[in-house]
Design a binder for this molecule. Structure first.
Ligand code: SF4
Length: 279
């Protein structure tokens, strides 16, 4: 462990803290072993007190590593796994144990988010299993593309999936994220078959994802699944812009304004028209 790692606590005020190179110097083979065994994970941080990442009040573990490159990503420092703090499974479990009683009282739980948690699927499964053993409700916030890495037995440790559906149009999805849409939809259908509840997350970006037809198709798909408990329409914002600049990444949404209340309401209404709860 280098000096920077000692200086950075696992707990953060919010995932908007810029964190980089916290696994720098860790040998490649150690990283590979960590990923294969799940005995160690790479975390941007733990945050507490979230009321938007699942039911009740949540502790959220923010993982590093993501294969998507969303144009609107507000945490691009989580793209590279080596930006995260290497955290032993036992340490992460103990961290969670501290909040066990409080989470029960507040009808909350533990959410793993990122980055893309399933880049570290073995660690994720082991940590969620540990949470379940402590009686803590578990949620997985994922872009869904690596869902096939989870067996049905793995999925038994997941009480809820927060699934990002970024676009219905495969070409737009590719342009937005750099990756294919198909595996995301496949995972959604598998969750439906396993009767694991989903909260769909849809980021409303003016000029990109806000076409009525795009939203209508996502709404239709979500309604047909039968296991979507709610839809969160997340208005695009510029809170992550500073990270793109700090990381010297080319940010193409510089001039895009957050959607107005009316546009968000219109999107929500499209989901509600098909019987879904949308916020
Ligand atoms: S999936 Fe999430 S973490 Fe990954 S690039 Fe997209 S918004 Fe960022």
């Amino acid at each position: 462990m280098n000096q920077t790692q000692h200086a950075i606590p696992l707990e953060a005020k919010s995932p908007f803290e810029l964190r980089v190179n916290l696994s720098a110097g860790m040998p490649e083979t150690d990283m590979r072993t960590a990923l294969a065994t799940g005995e160690m994970g790479f975390l941007h941080s733990f945050t507490t007190g979230s009321t938007v990442d699942g039911p009740g009040v949540r502790v959220v573990g923010w993982t590093t590593g993501c294969q998507f490159r969303c144009l609107y990503c507000h945490n691009p420092d989580t793209w590279n796994m080596s930006n995260g703090i290497p955290v032993a499974l036992a340490r992460a479990t103990e961290e969670l144990r501290k909040y066990r009683q409080g989470l029960k009282v507040m009808s909350g739980g533990f959410t793993l988010s990122g980055g893309e948690p399933l880049m570290q699927d073995r660690f994720v499964v082991k940590l969620l299993a540990a949470a379940k053993r402590m009686g803590i409700h578990t949620a997985l916030d994922t872009n869904g593309a690596l869902g096939a890495r989870l067996s049905d037995a793995d999925l038994a440790h997941v009480d809820l999936v927060l699934l990002d559906i970024k676009s219905w149009d495969p070409e737009l999805h590719r342009r937005l994220t750099g990756m294919e849409l198909g595996p995301v939809l496949d995972f959604a259908q598998r969750l439906a078959a396993c009767r694991i509840p989903i909260w769909v997350r849809f980021v409303l970006v003016p000029g990109l994802t806000d076409e009525t037809e795009n939203i209508a198709q996502i709404a239709r798909f979500s309604a047909d699944l039968g296991n979507v408990q709610r839809v969160d329409v997340l208005p695009f914002h510029q809170m992550g812009r500073f990270k793109w600049k700090e990381l010297k990444l080319n940010y193409s949404l510089e001039d895009v304004q957050p959607p107005g209340t009316e546009a968000v309401e219109h999107a929500c209404a499209q989901f509600r028209a098909l019987g879904l709860k949308a916020y």
